[in-house]
Design a protein around this ligand. Sequence first.
Ligand code: XIL
Length: 356
Amino acid sequence: TTRFTRRTGLLAGAALAASTSGARADEAVAPITLRDLADARGIRIGAAVASRPLANELAYRDTLAREFSSVTCENVMKPSFVQATPGYFDFHASDAIVAFAAAHGMTVRGHTLVWHQQNPAWLERVAAVGENPAGALRDHIVGVVRHYRNDSPAPVPVWDVVNEALTDNGLMRDTLWSRALGPGYLADAFRWAHEADPDARLFYNDFGAEGLGRKSNAVHAMLRDLVGGGVPVHGVGLQMHVGIGHGHAPSGTDLAANIARLRALGLEVHVTEMDVKLQTGTGPDASRLADQAQVYADILSTCLDAGITSFTLWGFTDAHSWIPGFTGKPDGALPFDTAYEQKPAYHALARVLAGD
Ligand code: XIL
């Protein structure tokens, strides 16, 4: 087996201490993983998963199952995948990821039911000019959530029901759904999802609302109104697409204060999509990787202290990260490099989870 630690120092010491009776110093010891450390704290550590490497790369599967206890489909639960043709739901790709999670004792965060991107053209048309856009949105939500409901063979217990509904200025984003249905579409989406699976935990998910500011104020106010109105919303996802360099990640005090005020509404808080861009920094590679490790550590540490229950990265290996495609520049935003070797960011996350 290759699952033996080659690490020295801190983590190898912890692994030895945690191993069962009397391992000799020269004996191989199973490494401590992020997953073990998160289990010990009673939180989930997750990663977004892409279908192609999951099917094709052994190192991808091994690393995912070893290090993480939660998965999010990076793309294949979105409307353009599950309902490319009106009324015909195709779950083959998402079911494969959910089955992998079940086989390895991992949970699944469902992502996402209502968004302004990755919709099939037919759905955009229905929203723009159809007779019953509300019916189409309801049918989509119910079709997906029922397939994965609590009493199904492969339950998905948590959903990002609505994704990115507000602008950076804290206004309602102008989307196919806000245009078709008005701002009330948010409450309706949560009610429809709740009807489809009363056991599911339903989240609002957004980016750029991690610290304190106009957008996070608006997210907080919107959630306060939804909760106050009896709408079945149970949590909020902070995406956490951040970077190294000044101003590219929220300060610890702002992040802690924001999580505290969201939790005070009775909401659970998850980090749902963390990655840390290197391209926003300066200096040589080694110093950027150290800065990145520090950002991962600071944010995880703040989140643990503030009582978050799930911490998901948007991928885990630089071999398969959305950042180069999104920014048009090479990067390395995740804790494993392109060869699945652990980067300084990995060790930083492990140290924080271990409480060192
Ligand atoms: C991204 C995926 O990573 C890409 O592969 C895809 O091309 C576009 O969507 N916020 C979200 C995620 O909520 O769904 C997005 O995922 C990244 C930003």
